[in-house]
Design a protein around this ligand. Sequence first.
Ligand code: CA
Length: 467
Amino acid sequence: MKLFFLPLLIFTLNLIAPFLVASVVKKPNLIVIMCDDLGYADVGFNGCKDIPTPNIDSIAKNGIRCTSGYVAYAVCGPSRAGFMTARYPQRFGFERNPQYQPNDPNMGLTRDEKTIAELLKPAGYHSGIIGKWHLGAHIPASHPMKRGFDEFYGHLGGGHTYFPEKLTIKRSQDAKGESESYRTWLLKNYEPVPPRKYITDDFSDEAVSFVKRNRGLSFFLFLSYNAPHTPLEATEKYLSRFPEIKDKKRKTYAAMVSAVDDGVGRVLAEVRKCGLEESTIVAFLSDNGGPTTKNASQNTPLRGKKGDAWEGGYRVPFAIQWKGELPAGTTYEAPVSSLDLGGTIVALSGARVSEDKPLDGVNLIPFLKGDDKGNPHRAIYLRQFDRNRFAVREGMDKMVITWKGANPQLYNLKVDIGETIDLAEQRPERIEELQKLRKSWNAQLIEPTFLGLIHRPKHGKKKANRE
Ligand code: CA
């Protein structure tokens, strides 16, 4: 009898073996550490001299520095909507910073789009977001835990006050508008938590705890620091590190970046301690370029600042490590996008993507490893609907249209990273090619679906100060 069943048993084992293996091989984790309004030049790996960022730099040292890392928009909300969906936010009408409207379920990320956390959930991932959300303040419609996240610790609006004693509004729903939302208690999942400490340190504590608690799972952690976005506030612990910086604004900004750097170091240490370095991709970037005059950030050598279609608006510090998989200490120069972080983890996790909502983000790993010598993207695009503004970068050439009816400008970033010499008149054929790309991309987009902060009633000088 036993001999009779043996072939059947072997046949069955052969059939199920791949599934047994698949179930025990852990899928890679992804930790994305995003700063808010951090300048291109304000990390050591991009040449910053007055603010040491050894821990952030260690990501580039142990992995890859991407010199042409872009985000999908030059201000917070749409940039984050792009990152969060791995799709250009202009495809689904998220093209303005949302107003803080706890009663409006449509003021934020549409439910027609899936977040990375929602895509990863069926693939068995546990997802957490710590820090800034900014994709809608309606509870429950827009809450992160209604959008695929299993854990949330942070704030729903576009920025926050850093000192615990200034957080005087208990419930997020009670904040009237963006300014007041800066003073709400932080939310632990759905519950307001009594203020504990300087919130950058608080977010770092929570991120370390997240890694420790979830080390046995495949996880996605979005550590979304609101630093160094205004208001400029830092504790003496960090301020005292910069006695040589005399400019008060720059000094406070430096202290805020230094606090983030400490946090990054603690998270990386926990990843090492848990033995997860080889199973965890860690990426670091900013959500848009530095608003130089507001927070004393620097985007050198790039032209422009947050909000612009110049490089300084949406080309950001960008580094990524994956021990054992990606080469260490190298530089990658072809344009990559924040949308690729979702594209990468979705590909590696085997998560399914709806055919009618293909991702713009691609799996970067073959490119970063050098297995694929091509470019991850045909072009990098930017549209700012309210300003009739466009930018298209293909290869080293970039076309910028600053307003409707303006002559397209052309820059060669290889020799002119600061966008100083307009080559449009000399190379009309190149403008024609880039215009063709722009029109074809633009035809796939829709108009913005909600009003933004720029449409709020004017309140003196404070208007539009909360991008
Ligand atoms: Ca920002």
